[in-house]
Ligand binder design. Structure first.
Ligand SMILES: Cc1cc2nc3c(=O)[nH]c(=O)nc-3n(C[C@H](O)[C@H](O)[C@H](O)COP(=O)(O)OP(=O)(O)OC[C@H]3O[C@@H](n4cnc5c(N)ncnc54)[C@H](O)[C@@H]3O)c2cc1C
Length: 397
């Protein structure tokens, strides 16, 4: 199998431009990220997005009609990995979560009016958005069927009631895609931030800190929305969630692989420059093993991401491939960053190098977009089904 990007000079050129953009613009502003403050400063975001537009690297996943680059999944794998080398990169290029996943969903499931009102400004980076699914116990989490937020039909539309939390970007988003239970099943609604029935109650204090708007607890109290606010069809919410989640978990893998690669680059430079025991750290066997294991984890992660992206580009749902990639990459990138920190000694744990910030931000990836255990559970059930049904290895799911 060969991928479209293998011999595509345009994608290679774009990747080099992104690398230059990240090195020149994003990395120099990383000092503005702080472990004790959530999200990216709005002025820094505006400044970086203007520079990304200027460099021609803005919105690589968004439709061309809204100024995006409209890349396919395999090309995204190359470009989003480069964007992730700085934690500011994906925001600068308008391909950060949750907006990037919401752009994908809105591009597939919207009326023309919703497309103009929500997708157009989001793709152009004029507004931010959020995706409201997870709820405090006993509500939806790893098991989405536990959904407790309700939407009840009224004379003029719907009334939404319930609580959501860990909603990335909720603070400052101009709208949220909200999953709620109706009498015919889970349904997605587009709720404007100025709706008096939707309140961001608080911003959670979390380990990571590089997501714009942090992670909010959002309360819906008799939140009245019109029929025009339904995204797609009533009762089809879980189906649309699948449309978003497969590709969106893969773009997370791409970005985090870039971040892990950056930690590795820093660690290799440190090990090369650090004299000790009459030689360089990079010449000591146990350090060499950590460097080599990082290389192996990077190569394996990239191969799984490209494979899943290629299956998506063939028009398949790639549920199995994205699940395998997500589980492996979330764990491998954590190992890469952990080894990189070890190689850099005390400095690796400090703000003098970017590794500590990446370490904090990458850890939650093993929990969101499906915890590793959920993916293993579903992969195992699929394996049993496949062996029972005699499905061939090349059959897509
Ligand atoms: C940084 C961050 C950003 C997030 N952003 C968003 C967002 O924008 N929108 C949104 O809706 N949600 C978001 N989430 C929430 C995320 O989707 C949930 O945390 C995730 O679905 C798990 O749900 P939970 O936290 O309720 O854990 P629970 O459902 O309580 O699960 C707890 C643990 O149980 C274990 N487990 C689960 N299933 C199984 C199984 N089958 N077998 C064995 N063990 C199992 C796993 O280890 C899991 O971590 C975010 C979370 C984080 C940390």
């Amino acid at each position: 199998m060969s991928y479209e990007t293998d011999n595509n000079p345009q994608i290679r050129e774009l990747a080099l431009t992104v690398r230059e953009f990240i090195n020149t613009h994003a990395i120099s502003l990383e000092h503005t990220l702080r472990a004790d403050a959530h999200g990216i400063d709005p002025d820094v975001r505006s400044q970086l997005q203007a520079a990304a537009r200027e460099a021609g690297v803005f919105a690589p996943t968004a439709p061309v009609e809204f100024g995006g680059l409209g890349l396919n999944h395999v090309a995204q794998a190359v470009i989003l990995e480069e964007s992730g080398r700085s934690l500011l990169g994906p925001t600068a290029m308008n391909c950060a979560a949750p907006d990037e996943g919401n752009i994908l969903l809105l591009d597939k499931v919207t009326t023309p009016a919703q497309r103009e009102k929500y997708l157009a400004p989001l793709a152009r980076g004029e507004v931010r958005s959020s995706f409201s699914m997870t709820e405090p116990t006993p509500g939806a989490g790893a098991d989405p069927d536990m959904l407790t937020t309700t939407a009840t039909k009224t004379a003029s539309g719907w009334s939404i009631n319930g609580s959501k939390w860990f909603i990335t970007g909720a603070e400052g988003a101009s709208f949220s895609i909200v999953m709620a239970r109706t009498d015919v099943g889970a349904t997605m609604f587009l709720v404007d931030a100025d709706n008096p029935g939707m309140t961001v109650k608080r911003s959670l204090d979390t380990l990571d800190s590089a997501f714009s708007g942090g992670h909010g607890e959002v309360v819906f109290t008799q939140c009245e929305v019109s029929d025009d606010s339904v995204l797609g069809e009533v009762g089809q919410g879980f189906k649309y969630a699948q449309v978003r989640l497969g590709p969106a978990r893969l773009t997370h893998c791409m970005r985090w692989l870039g971040a892990a690669r950056r930690a590795h680059e820093v660690a290799v430079a440190y090990a090369t420059d650090r004299p000790m025991f009459g030689t360089q750290l990079s010449s000591l066997g146990m350090a060499q093993q950590m460097i080599a294991d990082n290389e192996i984890d990077i190569a394996a992660s990239r191969a799984l991401i490209h494979r899943a992206a290629w299956v998506l580009d063939q028009g398949h749902a790639a549920r199995k491939e994205t699940s395998i990639a997500k589980t492996f990459v979330a764990e491998a990138t954590y190992r890469i960053v952990d080894r990189s920190m070890q190689l850099c000694g005390a400095e690796g744990t400090s703000g003098d190098l970017p590794i500590a910030q990446i370490f904090r931000d990458i850890r939650p990836f093993r929990i969101y977009d499906g915890p590793s255990e959920v993916h293993r559970w579903s992969l195992s059930r699929r394996a049993v089904r496949q062996s029972e049904n005699n499905i061939l290895p090349g059959d897509w799911a």
